[in-house]
Design a protein around this ligand. Structure first.
Ligand code: ATP
Ligand code: MG
Length: 309
């Protein structure tokens, strides 16, 4: 087990499922149904197949769903020893498929009987996206009110842990650059090579997983939207994480891929400065990384201007 219990920093682990914009425009409605132009294999595609329990280790696409019992078995009954952590959508457990393949099972909190068709449709789409810098969705499970997602297991925790985890040695500069470039490639694939484009909606350091070679794999793309769509009684909400959210998205709900780019910019600042996006231990006014950086850069500009001959 890597990490038993993840942060619950601030509200819901920093996750924002906040303001119901009752009267806000459903501005991203045109983007709600993502479709992928087939075939979707990213350059250097890693796991370009959907696991089929009927064909052990199979390369077929015959079955991307799991029974609940299969996942109970895989995760040792969702035991606490297998718990990898908990995010805004629920707990994540490490598991093993009968052929030995390692998986991460996310038990979604969304539940409810609604949105089963939407859930299936979107999960099928996401499970067709494969790229070496994205975490592949292996399959899903729908069992009564339960919704579970099965991902490829990525072995070396996430960027947030490597940057801010207690007692961690400092990440060297070359690794930071490699992680930034890898995550950028994964994100660019979602924005530019999927049609229509996929907006991640929750880019942050904990959603950038690292493999044993410290290569970045962006996780949880499409998840925020999936949670929205399957909770059909809540249609217009802003979803994201404090400290990373683009201001125009937070204030108006207007969503474009630029919102992801803003959040990715925050990850870059995090990589460059080693500071958390929101850090309550900083002096008053300096808690937000974005505000701190803009203040520092304003100050630098003033100093440079004052130094002009
Ligand atoms: N595919 C995976 N392989 C290995 N570990 C994973 C995988 N997916 C998630 N984890 C780990 O499980 C823990 C919980 O992840 P989770 O995605 O639920 O939280 P989060 O990323 O902080 O928040 P969010 O719900 O907004 O994505 C994290 O420590 C994460 O690194
Ligand atoms: Mg996550």
């Amino acid at each position: 087990m890597r990490k038993r219990k993840k942060k619950i920093a601030g509200l819901n682990g920093g996750y924002v499922m906040p303001t119901s914009f009752a009267s806000s425009p459903k501005s991203d409605s045109g983007l709600l149904k993502v479709q992928i132009s087939a075939p979707l294999n990213g350059s250097g595609s890693a796991n370009a197949f959907v696991y089929s329990p009927t064909e052990p280790g199979g390369l077929g696409h015959s079955r991307s769903w799991f029974t609940y019992e299969e996942l109970v078995e895989a995760t040792n009954g969702f035991s606490v020893q297998n718990l990898l952590g908990e995010g805004g959508f629920g707990c994540v457990y490490k598991g093993y498929l009968p052929d030995g393949r390692e998986i991460a099972v996310k038990q979604l909190k969304i539940g409810g009987g609604q949105g089963e068709r939407e859930f299936k449709a979107e999960v099928e789409i996401i499970s067709r996206i494969h790229h070496r810098h994205l975490v592949s969705l292996v399959g899903y499970c729908i069992s009564q009110n339960q919704r579970l997602l099965v991902y490829d297991y990525v072995s070396n925790n996430n960027l947030c842990f490597h940057l801010h985890g207690e007692g961690r040695s400092v990440l060297d500069w070359a690794t930071r650059v490699k992680v930034a470039a890898g995550a950028a490639r994964g994100l660019a694939y979602l924005h530019e090579d999927c049609h229509p484009r996929i907006i991640h909606r929750d880019i942050k350091s904990s959603n950038i997983l690292l493999d044993n070679n410290l290569e970045a794999r962006v996780s949880d793309f499409g998840l925020a939207k999936l949670a929205l769509d399957t909770n059909s009684h809540v249609t217009t909400r802003v979803m994201g994480t404090f400290g990373y959210m683009a201001p125009e998205y937070a204030s108006s709900g207007k969503l474009t891929e630029k919102s992801d780019v803003f959040s990715f910019g925050v990850v870059l600042l995090e990589l460059i400065t080693g500071r958390k996006p929101v850090d309550a231990s900083q002096p008053l006014g300096d808690e937000s990384l974005v505000e701190w950086v803009s203040y520092e850069s304003d100050l630098l500009t003033v100093l440079l201007l004052l130094n002009q001959p």
